[in-house]
Ligand binder design. Structure first.
Ligand code: IPM
Ligand code: MG
Length: 368
């Protein structure tokens, strides 16, 4: 097979500095393991607006469609707040997701033991937590038509439309069931079938796919509001949660915070398999571009580095190397190394973004 290709899109704010740490890890795999990647770089979000006048240039999209995996930092920042909605940095990310048809967004919420006390919940509620939210990413209210702000008589009306086809629900449900089989074999599907017709369809389709293809997996259903409550009450009851685009956006932020820091969580956005059998894929941290701390060496690169670990796992079939990288992160945290977002313990001085990257690379070397 040819050398796997990666397109790096650092984006805005802390994006470039956390991506520099991912590059250290990529170079380590090349030097020490002989695992080579064909890496190219481009821009997205505000950085792309500055360079190309649009948050995602057509040529960048074309490159993204060709590579085996896209690694993205984060997009957005106050500098771009006054841009027209259609060219805001976030539109670049949404266009990438939509055009690459990355319908299955995997958002793990894992609690590292060393960080269990950082959670706003009690240690025993979160210690050992390992759940996976599968968020539908290319449809629903994020993309449904009609949408817009219209004039109706003498006032304005803002409209967005929740719309799901059967096949859109079916494919993300399959993706959740497949994952569950490799984990705790349980799926909880969340919608609001009590108030939304799209929720009724969602529940029906998930139930049908389950009965026809995945009856070995345990399936339950919850209204998304009750699901949010259960996530805070006793998150360990869940294994895989599958839900729509908007509920998934909210539930994954809540789940992320259970683990103590948003700076820790990676994500994978996967589409249908390409000709070489690999899924179309984009990997990015769940956190945003944090413009308030950009350029100060305060950012935590772990979510971005763990996103690369997900790429090793889901795009490159390097399961052992993904485990190695995740364990290296765990080791560094267990050793008490903390970036500025993880303070609060007595007598701990924070390391910089770059020092955290170095420590993780050292732990990789120690694992050989
Ligand atoms: C996320 C973000 C995005 C979303 C924004 C940046 C468009 O919140 O990935 O969760 O709403 O999907
Ligand atoms: Mg979000």
């Amino acid at each position: 097979m040819s050398t796997p290709s990666i397109l790096i899109l650092p984006g805005d704010g802390i994006g470039p500095e956390i991506m520099a740490e991912v590059m250290k890890v990529i170079n380590w795999y090349d030097d020490k393991i002989g695992l080579k990647f064909d890496v190219s770089h481009d821009v997205v979000g505000g950085a792309a607006y500055d360079k190309y006048g649009a948050p995602l240039a057509d040529e960048t999209l074309a490159k993204a469609q060709e590579v085996d995996a896209v690694l993205l930092g984060a997009v957005g920042g106050p500098k771009y707040d006054n841009l027209d909605f259609s060219i805001k940095p976030e539109r670049g990310l949404l266009r990438l997701r939509k055009e690459m048809d990355l319908y299955s967004n995997l958002r793990p919420a894992q609690c590292f033991d060393a960080l269990a006390d950082f959670s706003s919940l009690k240690r025993d509620v979160v210690a050992g937590l390992d759940i996976m939210i599968v968020r539908e990413l290319t449809s629903g209210i994020y993309f449904g038509e009609p949408r817009g702000v219209f004039k109706e008589g003498n006032e304005r009306v803002g409209i967005n439309t929740q719309r799901y086809t059967e096949s859109e629900v079916a494919r993300v449900a399959r993706s959740a069931f497949e994952l569950a089989r490799k984990r705790g074999n349980k799926v909880c599907s969340m919608e609001k079938a009590n108030v939304m017709e799209s929720g009724i369809l969602w529940r029906d389709v998930v139930t049908e796919i389950h009965a026809a293809e995945y009856s070995d997996v345990e399936l339950s259903h919850m209204y998304a509001d009750a699901g949010a409550m259960q996530l805070c009450r006793w998150p360990k009851q869940f294994d895989v949660i599958v839900t729509d685009n908007l509920f998934g956006d909210l539930l994954s932020d809540a789940a992320a915070m259970l683990t103590g820091s948003l700076g820790m969580l990676p994500s994978a956005s996967l589409g249908a398999p390409m000709e070489n059998g690999r899924p179309k894929a984009l990997y990015e941290p769940v956190h945003g571009s944090a413009p308030d701390i950009a350029g100060q060496g305060k950012a935590n690169p772990i979510a971005c580095i763990l996103s690369f670990a997900m790429a090793l796992r889901y795009s490159f079939d390097q399961i052992e190397e993904a485990d190695r990288l995740e364990k290296a992160v765990e080791k560094v945290l267990a050793d008490g190394v903390r970036t500025a977002d993880l303070l609060g313990e007595e007598g701990v001085t924070p390391v910089t973004t770059s020092e955290m990257g170095d420590k993780i690379v050292e732990a990789l070397t120690a694992s050989m």
